[in-house]
Design a protein. Structure first.
Length: 141
């Protein structure tokens, strides 16, 4: 799964790079660099987001979830967790699933390293069970 996603991300990155080059060569307006910079920034955001979704890590500690992603780290205390759920998204390439932390206050967060393209993914279910078990232990439920 991760190989096909990596290939798709690579193709998307090359396509966006091609658009940037084409825009820079064909547009002779003074404001063209804003467009080229915008497309470049967007492609970097898409690339980093995909890398974090696939290869990011979460460390389960006694105090909470520590998200370890490509550019930063973030801690979500167990007391802020309302539940852990599977989110599914449908795209042209199929159904994608990942795990989300639904927080008591604030927006929900995607757990890094849980993106999958498999319909019935035993590894995703195992990750969800382990996180929920650690959460239950931490809050004494």
């Amino acid at each position: 799964m991760t190989r096909s996603v990596s290939v798709a991300v690579g193709i998307l990155t090359l396509a966006l790079a091609g658009v940037m080059v084409a825009m820079s060569l064909t547009t002779h307006e003074p404001g063209k660099w804003w467009w080229v910079g915008g497309v470049g920034a967007f492609s970097v955001v898409v690339l980093l987001s995909t890398i974090n979704s696939i290869y990011g890590q979460v460390l389960l500690t006694t105090t909470g979830l520590e998200f370890r992603i490509f550019v930063s780290r973030r801690v979500v205390p167990w007391s802020e967790v309302a539940r852990i759920e599977v989110r599914q998204r449908v795209s042209r390439s199929g159904i994608w699933s990942d795990l989300r932390v639904i927080r008591v206050h604030g927006r929900s967060l995607t757990i890094p390293g849980t993106l999958t393209h498999r319909v019935m993914d035993a590894e995703l279910e195992r990750k969800q069970a382990v996180i929920q078990e650690r959460w239950s232990l931490a809050i004494g439920a």
